[in-house]
Ligand binder design. Structure first.
Ligand SMILES: Cc1cc2nc3c(=O)[nH]c(=O)nc-3n(C[C@H](O)[C@H](O)[C@H](O)COP(=O)(O)OP(=O)(O)OC[C@H]3O[C@@H](n4cnc5c(N)ncnc54)[C@H](O)[C@@H]3O)c2cc1C
Length: 381
């Protein structure tokens, strides 16, 4: 994909590759087994400027853009899908929301701390009974003279229970349906906020995911982002950005599965020859290769256009949907190519298989992406 990347982007890509291989890989397998999250890794990523791509210099950013973020995210996810997530939590969620809808004071106060990873971020939409249907959320922020009182439960939130700052969506006026949802920037250590890890996850063991209970949490007036009732609009805007990051992670996983499969197919011998000689293995590798390339093209193009200021929801949904499906297929094929060893945690492909499944669910399921795509191309609202 050299034709698309500037020299600066190639240098950032190389830096991310080295970081993943030298700083994440050495402890990763053990950390995955222990379900251990290392804050120091996120801090080191921050120190290298990984979370600076979207914000202007005055907030500590570099404005190198979505494409730069995409190539770096791919490199990290290729080694560890778990450590691909901080790109979303530190950068692609809260930062674009504040840059586009926040006040100057909110931007100055929060963005530098997210870029530096002085505060760990999260975004909270999903609830126990509200997933794809965002407007069915139950969380409520009741307006008072000096701010709001937040009550509700959020579920499956990445970064919980270690989150320190969150964008939280809640109703300020239920009678207005989705136009009554508002967005808040919330101190996740405030009294009344309880975070609990979900221990029953299938994968992404180095990336915490959890539940948040908001019990009469006092939010100051200036925690409202945008206007009251802007929450749904802000949420959909944010999801464009987080979906792009998810799609980049999926490309990284597809690439990792292809690389591991190629190596294994050349090493493993059966019937007196490397399994790479068998046409059915060659077909599997060829399909993995083409699908990964196609996914990357979709994702990079979406990032490139986003950098040109386009609101390209359709393009991003296509990229997210396709890359997620490709990652799962690549992981599935890799497990087959590895035979019994694909079924063993001794080799990384079973981990990629488990982690890749998340891409078909998060930031809107594959069905929801297809719904967005179909409605757009059919011209339906
Ligand atoms: C690892 C992980 C991390 C996550 N991180 C976050 C996070 O940081 N913040 C956050 O807010 N959420 C997060 N989520 C939640 C995630 O975004 C939701 O799980 C997702 O939106 C789907 O919601 P649901 O699980 O409630 O499924 P449901 O909405 O209940 O869907 C169930 C099934 O029905 C299908 N379906 C639903 N509606 C339709 C429809 N109209 N047409 C066709 N099919 C439909 C879905 O595709 C799915 O197959 C995370 C989830 C996981 C697994």
């Amino acid at each position: 994909m050299d034709f698309l990347l500037s020299e600066e982007q190639k240098a950032m890509q190389e830096m991310a590759k080295n970081f993943a291989e030298k700083k994440i890989a050495p402890t990763m397998e053990e950390d995955e087994k222990e379900h251990r999250f290392r804050r120091e890794i996120v801090k080191e990523m921050a120190n290298l400027g990984f979370f600076s791509c979207l914000a202007p210099e005055k907030y500590g950013g570099t404005e190198t853009g979505y494409l730069t973020a995409t190539v770096m995210t791919e490199e990290i996810a290729r080694i560890s899908p778990s450590y691909g997530l901080p790109f979303n939590l530190q950068m692609n969620s809260i930062q674009p929301v504040l840059l586009n809808f926040g006040t100057e004071e909110q931007r100055e106060r929060w963005i530098p701390k997210l870029i530096n990873a002085d505060l760990l971020g999260c975004f909270a939409i999903t609830e126990p009974n509200s997933g794809s249907d965002v407007a069915s959320m139950k969380s409520v922020a009741e307006e008072k003279e000096d701010g709001f009182i937040l009550n509700g439960t959020k579920m499956w939130i990445s970064g919980v229970p270690v989150a320190e700052l969150g964008i939280v969506y809640a109703y300020t006026d239920r009678s207005l349906k989705h136009r009554g949802i508002s967005a808040f920037i919330v101190d996740m250590k405030a009294p009344g906020v309880t975070q609990k890890a979900i221990e029953t996850k299938m994968g992404l063991f180095c990336a915490p995911t959890g539940e948040i209970v908001f019990d009469n949490v006092k939010l100051p007036k200036d925690s409202l982002v945008g206007q009251k009732g802007d929450g749904f609009k802000i949420c959909m805007f944010m999801l464009d950005s987080t979906r792009l990051s998810c799609a980049a992670r999926a490309v990284g996983v597809a690439r990792a599965c292809k690389e591991h499969s190629i190596r294994y197919a050349n090493e493993r011998e059966q019937f007196g020859q490397p399994i790479a000689n068998f046409q059915m293995i060659q077909e599997q590798i060829a399909e993995m290769y083409v699908e990964e390339e196609a996914a990357r093209l979709l994702v990079y193009r979406a990032a490139w256009n986003r950098d040109r200021g386009q609101r390209n929801t359709l393009e991003i949904s296509c990229a997210k949907y396709f890359a997620a499906e490709v990652a799962v297929r690549a992981a599935n094929t890799a497990v087959k190519i590895f035979g019994s060893y694909g079924f063993s945690s001794e080799y990384p492909v079973e981990r990629f298989y488990r982690d890749a499944k998340s891409y078909q669910i998060v930031e809107g399921t594959s069905n929801i992406q297809k719904m967005i795509i179909a409605r757009n191309v059919l011209g339906l609202k």
